[in-house]
Design a binder for this molecule. Structure first.
Ligand SMILES: Nc1ncnc2c1ncn2[C@@H]1O[C@H](COP(=O)(O)OP(=O)(O)OP(=O)(O)O)[C@@H](O)[C@H]1O
Ligand code: SF4
Ligand SMILES: [Mg+2]
Length: 541
């Protein structure tokens, strides 16, 4: 008997899943899931292989799930089941070669992130062996990766299982976190600019020039082009702000910004009806700006009155969140401060946010000077800085001690409530899942075998594998229960078992299980399972 690799932490299932439901603007189902919230990530049939000398590792085979706004989906399974590869495949960060996402769709903001996959490589089986010759078209692959780079960080952020591998050893922490801060801030700036003046004459060509300058990474040209944009849009502080950004941003930041700008430029070349829509947005932005004039007045008064100061601070937070802060004339003085200083301060704030005790020293330090737990928190700070729509968190708390673990989970919960971030939480620890997830997806050998609301899975696991996982952990709600483990171990994915991949370990395996792959079917209450015990020919003698 081989014990499962899952953590043996004690699990207490929430009394009522309702208590766990997020307090965000989106409506949520009484069960604690947010099934009526809009879908922000739709993964369909994701298939990823690793082409090794021993053969093709079929690491993911048709993984599908949806993530809704503000929802936390827990992804569980033994070691080697494909949890990390799922997260890497969504963001196209699978190590290539030997890996390759070979099929599926990842729909985010209405676009398929895996668009153009078929054109990136051709495959030819090598006769007489299990191997395949893969011819990669690296230019096409690079174009896809460039397209995705602007989404990573801002739209989709990731916390990696191995923080050491994700940080660059030669740059200081403040440089690395600061880059994300700068990028996010530059995007805020452009968004604010376009919201205020979407159709002012001359803005589009000026931005085109700025894109070209950003692509070249030439700070002087960037400053000149930005000043031109500022003149065309009648927002003079834009030029000043861009001047400091140009001085401090790395070429990579500008490259990513250029991609983002290009995306936004498309909005300037719209049909009249679409432009009318944007004009309405401009009126809204103007109204907001007026409102902020009041806030600024409050801020000035706040210097002498504690109550007003509190209100002013709240107003400043609101102003900051709205992304218009840097083009407000009232705070021009602040905006023209060197960006480096401001960025450093924001990095320190981000580090404080993840409870790093001496953030100034840590910001000045380098990755090798930090412990694994500290690095993990720096990575979490980096992921949270951009207020992402989606957070892919791969074992975010495994390397941390229990008190810090609780603080980090609290941070993630806060992000979910404040920004409506949807979280894919990958973990071995079912206690963490029980505490923070709305739904659970159980993964086995590269496939999702069961999904349901967290309470449903803990109280009524259907798949024999999910039953095995739950039987192997101690539970407060079943104190007299005897612990058992799952027979055998995860199969070699070069030669995965035929039919149901779990059949060699399953105590209920039937002949049909060896021949046919079961598909996920709805067993009521939003509970989906892939097992012939529920949804197929029951017994074939
Ligand atoms: N670079 C690689 N080359 C070959 N196979 C790989 C590579 N990376 C991952 N795999 C294979 O993909 C499968 C899934 O691995 P993955 O890292 O996603 O597992 P996991 O569920 O995240 O496990 P853990 O809980 O240990 O992190 C495994 O069979 C693994 O051997
Ligand atoms: S399909 Fe068959 S082998 Fe697979 S889990 Fe169900 S009963 Fe077991
Ligand atoms: Mg992993």
């Amino acid at each position: 008997m081989v014990a499962t690799a899952l953590s043996s932490s004690v699990v207490s299932v929430p009394e009522s899943a309702e208590a766990e439901s997020p307090h965000i603007e989106v409506p949520s189902e009484p069960s604690g899931t947010t099934t009526r919230a809009p879908v922000v990530l739709d993964v369909r049939g994701l298939t990823t292989y690793f082409y090794t000398y021993d053969g093709v590792v079929q690491a993911l085979e048709g993984v599908s799930f949806k993530l809704r706004r503000g929802e936390t989906l827990g992804l569980v399974g033994e070691t080697g089941c494909g949890k990390s590869v799922t997260a890497f495949s969504i963001t196209r960060l699978v190590q290539e070669p030997p890996g390759r996402v070979v099929g599926g769709k990842v729909l985010f903001r209405g676009a398929n992130l895996l668009w153009g996959l078929d054109e990136e490589a051709t495959f030819k089986p090598i006769k007489g062996s299990d191997r395949v010759k893969v011819r990669r078209r690296f230019r096409k692959i690079k174009a896809s990766h460039d397209r995705l780079a602007s989404i990573r960080g801002g739209g989709i952020a990731m916390i990696f299982q191995e923080p050491g591998q994700a940080m660059n050893p030669v740059f200081s922490i403040s440089d690395q976190v600061g880059e994300v801060v700068l990028l996010h801030r530059a995007i805020e700036l452009i968004d604010g600019l376009l919201a205020a003046t979407p159709d002012a004459p001359g803005v589009a060509p000026a931005i085109e020039q700025l894109v070209a300058a950003a692509r070249d990474g030439d700070p002087t040209a960037i400053t000149a082009a930005a000043a031109e944009v500022g003149r065309a849009a009648n927002v003079s502080s834009f030029g000043t702000e861009a001047h400091y950004l140009a001085k401090d941003a790395t070429p990579d930041t500008w490259d990513r910004l250029a991609q983002d700008l290009e995306h936004r430029l498309r909005r300037l070349r719209l049909a009249p009806s679409q432009r009318a829509y944007l004009r309405n947005r401009r009126h809204l932005a103007e109204a907001e700006q007026k409102l902020r004039g009041v806030y600024l007045e409050e801020m000035r008064r706040g210097e002498s009155h504690p109550r007003d100061r509190r209100r002013a601070l709240a107003a400043r937070r609101r102003a900051r969140i709205s992304g218009m802060r840097f083009i407000l004339p009232g705070i021009k003085r602040r905006a023209s401060k060197p960006v480096r200083e401001e960025t450093f301060w924001r990095v320190v704030q981000a580090l404080e946010g993840v409870r790093i005790a001496n953030p100034v020293q840590v910001a000045k330090g380098f990755p090798h000077e930090l412990s694994g737990g500290m690095l993990q928190r720096v990575m979490i700070a980096m992921a949270l800085v951009g207020n992402p729509d989606i957070l892919l968190a791969d074992e975010p708390t495994t390397a941390l001690d229990v008190t810090i673990q609780a603080q980090i989970l609290e941070l993630m919960r806060d992000l979910r409530h404040r920004v409506g971030t949807a979280i894919l939480l990958i973990t071995h620890d079912l206690a963490v899942i029980a505490e923070v997830a709305d739904r659970v997806a159980v993964m086995y050998a590269g496939q999702i075998v069961e999904t349901a609301a967290v309470k449903e899975v803990f109280s009524r696991p259907l798949h024999p594998y999910a039953q095995g996982l739950l039987a192997s952990i101690p539970r407060f709600d079943q104190p007299t229960k005897k612990l058992t483990s799952i027979y055998g171990s995860v199969p070699n994915l070069i030669h995965p078992p035929s039919g149901c991949r779990f059949h060699p370990r399953c105590p209920y395996a039937m002949p049909v299980c060896r021949e046919t792959r079961p598909t996920l079917t709805d067993e009521g209450n939003g509970h989906h399972v892939a097992c012939f015990l529920y949804n197929g020919p029951k017994v074939v003698e």
